[in-house]
Design a protein around this ligand. Structure first.
Ligand code: PLP
Length: 454
């Protein structure tokens, strides 16, 4: 991390040229970027030659870590040589797109009929929102259009998906959320349960809150509910065990579609191939991205079931076409790389590996629970959150932009760990290839950073 920007340095060029996402630009001008230059395994190196264990797999992406995977490089090269660009608009198709769509339908946790490719998680969720409108218009229910997500949800940053996202930074001064997007109770027991409320009672209350919101708005106006199996960017929030069972009963009662956002949880993150399997979800649509290509090429997808496809098919047939599509959606090079990544996951039995080492990550992080700065440790599989408390007894969170929060970030850097402190929570989502020994190294370093912060 360059703490003062030297004139004519690479950092100075960055400060002059780039507007950074999710970054305070005022602080950035003063401190400059940390420039990452290379990686291997679960490690990355910055331009000063310092090595860091990458505790978040980039942005929950690089299942295979940061080594040059020859097979993925080769898949990209071969596809570029054969056909560097094509698209599926207007009856065209390419083989890697067809094969990847088949592969996703084969793998899907519940029966799905069709795959629509995009390039980012936001685009996949935006497509879901548009098809939900299209579906209800096709069924002659023009009033059934509102969508519900949850406080602290993360579903993307386009106007519509940032509206679904339930985080203040994504709304404030962007004039969001757009009308017709509602946020129901976040299923975070530690933060939102009443004193002495059991997880079971809290799950019932979350479902009751959803029911009350639907009744207040009118069930005939509510089209869909969006949820991540584990809420990631909202602070790694694992719902109580019976939460989704109760929520799904409410949705079924009111004929409300369920969209599972598997952008983080998909492909082995929660100890099963899909978060839907870990939590018993039966969605009508699934969105995927990130680990689908180990993050090596941008690609995402929306999977839709037969009920939705049939209505979309008939309506688009009547209109003359489905008026939606992205130039780069299902780019052949991205599809080829994703197919190779999925082949490597299968050959190396990577999801089983993640399910084997996941409990070790959870157990090791829970040894931090008694630390005076730690409020709660939570997680499942290879995704975890360590919530930092300013006042542990009263569950008072700290402000990560001040005091202990800033210090913790500095000490994580000193001890060679990259994670993101999201809200009041340190998030962990290491590459799925991580070993038990590397988990030990990471947690030991986090413990040292916490001790330094005291
Ligand atoms: N959905 C979830 C659960 C995510 O975590 C993210 C990004 O982190 C998105 C959607 C948006 O994906 P993208 O940043 O590729 O648009």
């Amino acid at each position: 991390m360059t703490l003062a920007v030297r004139p004519n340095s690479t950092a100075a060029r960055d400060v002059r040229s780039q507007l950074h996402p999710y970054t305070n630009p005022v602080a950035h001008e003063a401190q400059g970027p940390q420039i990452i230059t290379r990686g291997d395994g679960v490690w990355v190196e910055d331009e000063d030659g310092k090595r860091y264990i990458e505790g978040l797999a980039g942005l929950w992406c690089t299942a295979l870590g940061f080594s040059a995977e020859d097979r993925l490089a080769r898949a990209a090269y071969d596809q570029m040589k054969a056909l560097p660009f094509y698209h599926p608009f207007g009856h065209k198709a390419h083989v890697p797109g067809i094969t990847l769509a088949e592969r996703l339908l084969d793998m899907a946790p519940v029966p799905m009929s069709k795959v629509f490719f995009c390039s980012s998680g936001s685009e996949a969720n935006d497509t879901a929102l548009k098809l939900i409108r299209f579906y209800n218009n096709a069924l002659g229910r023009p009033e059934k259009k509102k969508v519900i997500s949850r406080v602290k949800a993360y579903h993307g940053v386009t106007l519509a998906t940032a509206s679904l996202t339930g985080l203040p930074f994504n709304h404030r001064d962007f004039d969001l959320p757009i009308p017709g997007v509602l946020h129901t109770t976040c299923p975070h027991h530690y933060r939102f349960a009443a004193p002495d409320e059991t997880e079971e009672d809290f799950a019932t209350r979350c479902a009751d809150d959803l029911e009350a919101m639907i009744q207040a708005e009118g069930p005939d106006t509510i089209a869909a509910f969006f949820a991540e199996p584990v809420m990631g960017a909202g602070g790694v929030i694992v719902p109580p065990p019976t939460y989704f069972e109760k929520i799904q009963a409410v949705l079924r009662r009111h004929d409300i579609l369920f969209v599972a956002d598997e952008v983080i949880c998909g492909f082995g993150r929660t100890g099963n191939p899909w978060g839907c399997q870990t939590f018993g979800l039966e969605p009508d649509m699934i969105t995927v991205a990130k680990q689908m290509s180990s993050g090596y090429m941008p690609i995402s997808a929306l999977l839709l079931n037969e009920k939705i496809y049939a209505a979309v098919r008939d309506n688009a047939g009547r209109i003359g076409m489905l008026g939606h599509g992205y130039t780069y959606g299902g780019h052949p090079v991205s599809c080829a790389v994703a197919l190779e990544a999925l082949a490597i996951y299968a050959e190396r039995d990577l999801f089983t590996h993640a399910a084997t080492v996941g409990p070790h990550l959870q157990a090791r992080l829970r040894t931090l629970a008694d630390h005076p700065l730690v409020g709660e440790v939570r997680g499942v599989g290879l995704i975890a959150g360590v919530e930092i408390a300013r006042d542990k007894a009263n569950r008072q969170p700290f402000d990560p932009s001040q005091g202990a929060g800033l210090a913790l970030g500095r000490f994580l850097h000193k001890h060679g760990v990259i994670t993101r402190v999201i809200g009041e929570t340190m998030a962990f989502s290491p590459p799925l290839i991580i070993s038990m020994a590397e988990i030990d190294t990471m947690v030991d370093r986090v413990a040292s950073a916490l001790d330094d912060t005291l």
